[in-house]
Ligand binder design. Structure first.
Ligand SMILES: [Zn+2]
Length: 439
């Protein structure tokens, strides 16, 4: 049964870059190297081109054998890195940070205080105890069901590992083989920091590296496709720039970027500098892009001290998904940590929704566990959100940078909470992921 449900041979579906045709309107190689902004920002074209030449020359000087690779800042060059290591894409001035594996573990950006959870959970009993179930690396290795990591951030993993320019998924698989179970069949990387793929006057030379994305996606057939969007934390910087929307749309139709979804995007009211109005507007626009190109939509929704993000997201979806065809937009509600009552509201408004569960499930309690028990099997998918959420069984092995291969660990916990065989959970999760992303 599992063999039947596996995707086509990856070698069959994988087309080398020189066999792909860029569609009309997609990015030219010049745009990929220099950014769309160099073409569209009138009057600055020549000076920006000169700047980019300098950047390319300096890259070639550093490593003449490798082209278009991410620039790694040394601590000397960027002394603020140490101070910023506790943050991720919540930073007000995002930059591809370089952090050593020897740095201390940090709190997940998605970890919510008990106060947040209590104040926003209407289902379940607060007296329900936190789970004490523990699993080992051996339990993970013994899993033998195909699985996909439906949501990870390889550019952020690259930065956290302080990688050399030629490293990527293939390197991590050989360096950390135990974190990739033999049944791992691939992952879907999300590129959500626009400065990596949009070039304008504010983009720093170490932030923009579209060629790295293409090279990395081509480097390993375990990349099943990719998603591009603007995370709520990036909305303040990018959402009012047409150059961002123009580039994003070009990327969505350019086969070299292998786009299968828009996002992650949505509303963050926990800790986000973008205003709610800016977030709502950017979210609407990304919903419309997903509808226009018939792609899945990856939603980030985080309630917190600044309000109820669930209610805001659902209201926008209610308005944007009016009409039978629009209503069935394929939605991946990323990193679900809410209760069953809220899950029911999502299902009502978005009948084609699946809920992604990260290794945060190992710390679930009360109404969150109740949500897992109640959410139907055909609406659950596995994700890591790597480099975040290192599963407890990997804390010694991976220290504090999670990798896509660990997605199966989450299945152990969800199956235990639902009291079903883990194989049954993983079989459904695979089918749900394939259905949502048309894989
Ligand atoms: Zn994410």
């Amino acid at each position: 049964m599992y063999q039947d449900s596996q995707p086509k041979s990856r070698t069959e579906s994988y087309n080398p870059p020189n066999e792909r045709n860029s569609e009309q309107g997609s990015l030219t190689s010049k745009e990929i190297t220099e950014g769309v902004g160099t073409i569209n920002i009138g009057g600055r074209k020549s000076s920006e081109s000169i700047d980019m030449r300098k950047i390319r020359e300096s890259k070639e000087t550093r490593n003449p054998s490798v082209e278009f690779l991410p620039r790694v800042l040394s601590k000397e060059e960027n002394p603020k890195n140490e101070e910023r290591k506790q943050e991720n894409h919540q930073n007000d001035r995002p930059i591809r940070r370089q952090i050593s594996m020897s740095d201390k573990p940090r709190t997940s950006p998605y970890k919510r205080s008990n106060r947040d959870i209590e104040s926003n959970s209407s289902a379940g009993s607060s007296s329900m105890k936190k789970t004490t179930i523990e699993f080992s690396l051996k339990d993970f290795s013994n899993l033998s069901y195909p699985y996909i990591d439906s949501h990870c951030h390889v550019d952020l993993i690259f930065n956290k590992f302080k990688c050399e320019s030629e490293e990527g998924l293939s390197t991590w698989m050989s360096k950390y083989p135990r974190s990739f179970n033999k049944s791992f069949i691939g992952c879907i990387p999300n590129f959500i920091e626009p400065h990596l793929f949009v070039k304008d006057e504010s983009t720093e030379k170490d932030e923009f590296d579209m060629k790295w994305i293409i090279k990395e996606l081509d480097s390993n057939p375990l990349y099943l496709g990719a998603t591009f969007g603007c995370h709520p934390h990036q909305v303040k910087r990018w959402s009012e720039k047409e150059i961002f929307w123009e580039t994003l749309e070009k990327i969505l139709i350019d086969k070299r970027f292998r786009c299968i979804a828009v996002g992650e995007c949505g509303i963050d009211l926990y800790k986000c500098e973008s205003s709610l109005d800016q977030q709502k507007s950017a979210f609407r626009r990304q919903i419309q892009l997903a509808l226009k190109y018939d792609m899945a939509l990856v939603i980030h929704c985080r309630t917190g001290r600044n309000g109820d993000a669930e209610a805001e997201c659902l209201q926008i979806l209610k308005e944007e998904l009016k009409g039978q065809l629009r209503r069935y937009l394929r939605i991946h509600r990323h990193c679900y940590m809410e209760n069953w009552e809220n899950a029911k509201k999502w299902i009502e408004i978005c009948p084609n929704i699946v809920f992604g569960f990260t290794p945060a499930v190992f710390n679930f309690s009360g109404s969150q566990l109740e949500a897992i028990r109640n959410i139907p099997l055909d609406r659950i998918i596995l994700e890591t959100d790597a480099p975040y959420f290192v599963p407890s069984m990997f804390k010694d092995y991976l220290q504090w940078v999670n990798l896509p291969g660990t997605a199966a660990s989450t299945a152990l916990q969800i199956a235990k909470v639902k009291n079903i065989p883990v194989g049954e959970l993983m079989r459904h999760a695979l089918l749900n992921t394939r259905r949502t992303y048309s894989l």
